[in-house]
Design a protein around this ligand. Structure first.
Ligand code: PLP
Length: 362
């Protein structure tokens, strides 16, 4: 298999893939293929319950939060959040504009109600995140929203933003369950599965009960959190397969890795290794973001010129690496090192990068 450094759907643990492979033919307790099990079966109900419990345990999430398994990707949450929490409000919701995904989020929110952009990285070309003294949040905002890890630029907040008296909403799509996140400081967290915890097709929403209770009325049922809470993530036919894979990954996180603290330590080690190659490369590998805001998930960088980048991609592909091309919005190289990518795979990439630099005469 190629080593998967893609920033889109990421690698999954090998032990999980083996279970997924077997389940395509038959899930032992059911005698059925995972692709043909009814979402109304008692078995699937138990799968949803266990997945919820595992996420609750991994994050230490209190009982006053609902855990929802929804469709429509993280993108649907760009609209669903303001539909439920902003429509009809007088005061503006406060959004941070820290990169490619923030901009998409803000565009959608503006269709639903008043939005104030508290800080924008546009002037710095999205090379760094705001410092604490650059931010000022108002007490009457319906909520603040930010993206914890900007997947494209490779910028990650290493602290929690906002104020305790205003609901925090966060898109954690690309770092959910990669580390502890103090989930109970947020009113709503959303994350699609396909980076760290499963295949595309399911998006996880953690939402405080008070948010659900006070959500806007008269929304299309499918876009109303209340309906999904009432239906226990079974409002219409849910993505049974994707949810099952998320369950297997949460079991792996709990039993094989030993929790999100351990996962964070492993992820930190992988990221430190790659950043040490960048920092020790005498400006051959040029990191996209400022050092203090670098992501432990997406390592974005450039080479001195486009010819060298092309040669890097060609040789990397021949050497068995996949997905290293940067996002089309900014180009360059991006090594995404999500949960399931092993330290060994990252060491192999680090060796390749050292070797490529030396062969390029630097
Ligand atoms: N938010 C972040 C941080 C992302 O990285 C992405 C996609 O990669 C999205 C949102 C959009 O997710 P989806 O394709 O599931 O709608």
């Amino acid at each position: 298999n190629a080593l998967n450094f893609s920033g889109g759907p990421g690698a999954l643990p090998e032990s999980v893939l083996a279970q997924v492979q077997a389940s395509i033919i038959e899930v032992p307790e059911t005698g059925l293929s995972i692709l043909g099990i009814s979402h109304r079966s008692a078995w699937f109900e138990s799968i949803v319950r266990e997945t919820e419990n595992n996420i609750r345990t991994l994050l230490g999430l209190p009982e006053n939060y609902h855990i929802l398994f929804l469709q429509g990707g993280a993108t649907q949450q760009f609209s669903m959040v303001p539909m439920n929490m902003l429509r009809g409000k007088r005061h503006a919701a406060e959004y941070l504009d820290t990169g490619y995904w923030s901009r998409k989020v803000i565009t959608e929110a503006m269709r639903e109600g008043p939005v104030r952009v508290v800080w924008s990285g546009e002037n710095c070309g999205y090379r760094h995140l705001p410092r604490e003294d650059e931010l000022s949040f108002s007490a009457d905002a319906p909520y603040i929203h930010y993206v914890s890890n900007e997947t494209v630029e490779g910028l990650q907040f290493h602290r929690i933003l906002g104020r305790d008296d205003v609901p925090r909403v966060c898109d954690m799509s690309s770092d959910f369950l990669s580390k502890p996140c103090e989930a109970d400081k947020f009113s709503l967290i959303y994350a699609h599965a396909q980076k760290n915890i499963g295949p595309a097709g399911v998006t996880i929403v953690l939402v405080r009960d008070s948010v659900v209770q006070s959500a806007g009325q008269n929304l299309p049922a499918f876009l109303d959190y209340r309906r999904h809470v009432d239906a226990h993530s079974n409002f219409n036919t849910p993505p049974v397969f994707a949810i099952y894979v998320v369950l297997l990954v949460t079991r792996w996180l709990l039993n094989d890795i030993g929790g999100v603290e351990n996962m964070a330590r492993i992820n930190r080690g992988k990221a430190d290794l790659l950043y040490s190659i960048l920092d020790g490369s005498d400006d051959f590998y040029r990191g996209w973001g400022e050092a203090r805001d670098r992501s432990a998930m997406n390592v974005s960088f450039n080479l001195p010129n486009a010819d060298l980048e092309r040669a890097f991609f060609t040789e990397a592909k021949a050497a068995g690496f996949s997905g290293l091309e940067g996002h089309r919005a900014i180009g360059g190289v991006r090594a995404s090192i999500y949960n399931a990518l092993s330290l060994g795979a990252v060491e192999t990439l680090a060796d390749f990068m050292q070797d490529f630099r030396h062969r390029s005469g630097r």
